[in-house]
Design a protein around this ligand. Structure first.
Ligand code: UN1
Length: 497
């Protein structure tokens, strides 16, 4: 299957067959390719080429740059099924979600094409006669993109589509667990570049396949003015100081520990469906996964009962074959989940589910029943993000207590409230409400659409991607004061003669 898919996506066999590093599918642990890891020298050579590509790409008018992104979006439309299947094969999310991820790429391309005609600045009133001020936005340089295994294509596209229309070149270091998806995206972009014509420089976009050393090379190089990194808070703690040490900028999209407040007035049918998708979808491996259910004590028993019933009906298995829950990424993720559940039990929590499934059929595939853990308190275990399908249940009495629980974790990505009480809904998204980058009303915390800024506060890293005015992060801002008079007055009325 892999060969047919890669052929249709236009990836040369040498790129994914002949390397020194084995790529396996989490579905069954089987090897699906071998890629070549790059070291310091190769990465540096790529940065040289990215610099040269930037010098020429920034001269292409922005709306014309948008045309390249439009063509790329067309390639994605044509190859949605193949790329979606490759996402499923390489990272183990179910095919529906693989397709969804490619759709997110298409959506950001559409947004970026429009944006390419709207890279506008301001005109600002000057205090001096015969002067005007304005703000202009200029291309930034080669942009370094670091992405995670769980969303192997969309977050790259959120950054890439906007960065390209903003006039930048790209250097993409994907997760070592999902390099084939990156090669496929690159192949589709190459096709779009061929159609586009000569004004797209050859090394406009490059993929760096490598481990830690390759990543460090990218984060440390002053020629790369912006690093946009998606992954764990642990990774962010390493990347951010390295980039800051050379005064580079970063966009960080790190861990989440997303809660739902479930109020007594909520539409419970809707809430249970939202819990199911957001807690169990992608086998709990989204940064926006619902990890904490903060439910009013008056409906707690009923809700937990209904969620358990819904969990019992969830099909677990081969992500290509219509199941709702695919495998965890690897044995390490499985062991991590088991050790957290074990600690929870030791602390006296009620643990439901969490067992390994299908071990006979897939000795090297790590499928689990999603777990529900009923806890008394929001302790360290709950405050930590475990990248697996574990849903902690906490109860509350009054709304302020629920809000405090929502905010009392180190992460600040996503959050939601289910309520039909307009006061609670408004309070949740008010200045005094949720402290997260995303705060939803009557929908779950995951599955955000393109258009809104995506990202979060605190240990989530503070970055924003994929919508609103985030294009500005991929450009440099310049303030211009122009004097069209014959005098040279100084600001603040200073006399200097
Ligand atoms: C991620 O898990 O890194 O909002 C990204 C969502 C998706 C993106 C998740 N649109 O769940």
């Amino acid at each position: 299957m892999i060969d047919t898919i890669m052929q249709r996506l236009g990836v040369a066999e040498t790129l994914y067959r002949d390397g020194n590093y084995a790529v396996t599918s989490p579905t069954d642990g089987a090897e699906i390719g071998r890629v070549q890891l790059e070291g310091r020298g190769q990465v540096q050579a790529r940065i040289d080429r990215a610099q040269a590509a930037f010098e020429s790409w920034r001269q292409v008018p922005a709306p014309r740059r948008g045309e390249l992104v439009r063509l790329f979006g067309e390639q994605l439309r044509l190859h949605k099924e193949d790329l979606g299947a490759l996402v499923t094969l390489e990272c183990g999310k179910i095919y529906q979600e693989g397709l969804g991820e490619v759709q997110e790429m298409i959506d950001i391309c559409d947004l970026a094409v429009g944006q390419s005609r709207q890279l506008y600045g301001l005109t600002i009133a000057s205090e001096r006669p015969g002067h005007h001020m304005r703000e202009s936005w200029h291309p930034l340089g080669p942009i370094g993109l670091i992405t995670a295994f769980n969303f192997p294509v969309a977050p790259w596209a959120w950054n890439a589509a906007l960065a390209l229309v903003c006039g930048n070149s790209l250097l993409w270091k994907p997760s070592e667990k999902t390099p084939l998806c990156a090669l496929a995206c690159q192949a589709l972009l190459d096709r779009a570049m061929q159609e586009f014509g000569d004004d797209a420089p050859r090394d406009l976009s490059q993929v760096i396949i490598g481990e830690r050393e390759a990543g460090e090379c990218l984060t440390d190089d002053p020629r790369v003015p912006l690093i946009s990194a998606t992954g764990s808070t642990r990774m962010g703690r390493e990347v951010a100081p390295r980039v800051a040490a050379r005064f580079g900028r970063s966009i960080l999209e790190l861990g989440g520990n997303n809660a739902m407040i479930l109020a007594p007035s909520a539409d419970l049918d809707m809430a249970v469906r939202a819990i199911l998708f957001s807690a169990v979808g992608t086998a709990g491996q989204r940064c926006t996964t619902l990890r904490r259910l903060v439910v009013h004590e008056s409906v707690r028993d009923e809700v937990v009962e209904r969620v358990k019933k819904a969990y019992a009906n969830v099909s677990i298995g081969d992500p290509m074959e219509g199941s709702l829950v695919g495998p965890l990424i690897d044995s390490q993720a499985f062991e991590q989940m088991q050790s957290v559940l074990q600690s929870a039990r030791q602390q006296g929590a009620q643990v439901f589910g969490g067992e390994r499934q299908l071990a006979d059929a897939y000795p090297n595939g790590y499928y689990v029943t999603p777990a529900i853990v009923e806890v008394e308190q929001q302790n360290e275990l709950v405050r930590n993000e475990t990248f697996a399908p574990i849903l902690y249940v906490l109860s509350y009495r009054d709304f302020d207590e629920a809000l405090a629980l929502n905010n009392d974790v180190p992460q600040g990505l996503s959050s939601c409230v289910f309520t039909t009480d307009v006061r609670e809904a408004e309070a949740f998204i008010s200045d005094l409400g949720s402290d997260c980058g995303i705060a939803n009303v009557n929908i779950g915390p995951s599955g955000a659409e393109i258009g809104g800024a995506f990202g979060g506060e605190k240990e989530t890293g503070g970055g924003r991607e994929s919508g609103s005015d985030v294009w500005k992060s991929y450009m440099r801002r310049q303030t211009n004061t122009v004097n069209y008079s014959r005098e040279l007055p100084l600001a603040q009325g200073i006399k200097f003669d």
